[in-house]
Design a protein around this ligand. Structure first.
Ligand SMILES: C[S@@+](CC[C@H](N)C(=O)[O-])C[C@H]1O[C@@H](n2cnc3c(N)ncnc32)[C@H](O)[C@@H]1O
Length: 284
């Protein structure tokens, strides 16, 4: 009797939650690889089912295959973007790997020229913490001179957050005290528990959607490019083509910065290593 009840319960649990078959998983695996260049190992199957299940519920669908068919419809680009947003990993924080920003502060004054703005690209900016960290560092050392930061990402959901420049107070960790008082506004009243990046810093940062796995839009040339914690999701072939696509946008003498856990070994020999994770394009 007891076993029968348990069997029924187990059965109910199994049938109420759609399960992702291996074949369906492969469809999503191929899709995210072809669009974003993201390689998902088979171990990512629970992550894919967990992240997409709410969309199945939203559409009242019984299987991942039905959801995949929606994504393949030409007039459902909106849903495809939502799926991409859900399948990307957007973890980031202010002053992540702080030595890169010490380096930027040291180099920016001598790299910048009076005849043109100093330009930095945060090429997988996620929700904005990295480009705002860059902007605070440049505001510190370049002040009112001409400089700008471009933040780009494939995910429109994180870009929307980034544009607001508005974060929960718990994200404040890592921002040096003297930057907090100069560049961040503490929320009061209804905004209690949040902070806003100061308008003067926010106005220097422009966000746009850029898929690094496609032909790049005309972004102009940059003095420094940050490409951190995104190549970890790419296979060797994708890493090579992404970096190759980005290199013409780096000024001769400019710096290309990857995360400390990444390297450009075997990816390009155009750039010369300065310190681990920091590369420089030789002067023409
Ligand atoms: C882990 S976050 C890294 C954020 C930040 N650079 C840092 O180091 O803290 C990786 C970001 O790369 C983005 N991404 C993944 N594939 C991309 C692609 N093909 N083009 C542009 N951005 C991509 C994701 O949406 C995500 O926001």
């Amino acid at each position: 009797m007891e076993t029968g009840t348990l069997d029924r319960l187990t059965h109910m649990t199994v049938t109420s939650q759609p399960s992702l078959s291996d074949q369906e998983f492969r469809q999503f695996q191929t899709m995210i690889y072809e669009i974003a260049g993201i390689s998902m190992s088979d171990a990512k199957k629970p992550l894919v089912s967990g992240r997409l299940v709410k969309r199945l519920k939203q559409h009242g669908l019984k299987s991942y295959g039905d959801y995949f068919r929606i994504l393949m419809q030409k007039d459902r680009r909106d849903e495809l973007q939502i799926a991409i947003d859900l399948l990307t990993t957007n973890e980031t924080f202010f002053f992540r790997e702080p030595r890169h920003f010490d380096f930027l502060r040291q180099q920016a004054p001598s790299l910048s020229r009076p005849d043109r703005p100093f330009r930095v690209w945060s090429a997988a900016s996620s929700s904005g913490e990295e480009p705002y960290t860059i902007a605070m560092s440049l505001a510190d050392v370049l002040g009112d001179s001409a400089w700008e930061v471009i933040g780009s990402d494939i995910s429109t959901r994180v870009l929307e957050k980034a544009r607001s420049g508005h974060y929960p107070m718990k994200r404040i960790e890592g921002i040096p005290r003297h930057y907090l008082s100069r560049f961040c506004l503490k929320g009061v009243g209804q905004q209690e528990g949040t902070f806003l990046i100061d308008r003067h810093v926010r106005n220097r940062v422009t966000f746009m959607q850029v898929n690094l796995n496609e032909t790049l839009p005309k972004l102009g040339e940059f003095d420094v490019i940050f490409l951190r914690n995104v190549m970890i999701y790419f296979d060797m072939e994708t890493k090579r083509s992404v970096v190759e696509r980005m290199l013409p946008l780096l000024r001769p003498g400019g710096y290309f910065i990857v995360s400390h856990s990444e390297s450009l070994n075997g990816i390009t020999d155009v750039l010369k290593v300065v310190t681990p994770s920091v590369y420089r394009k030789p002067n023409a």
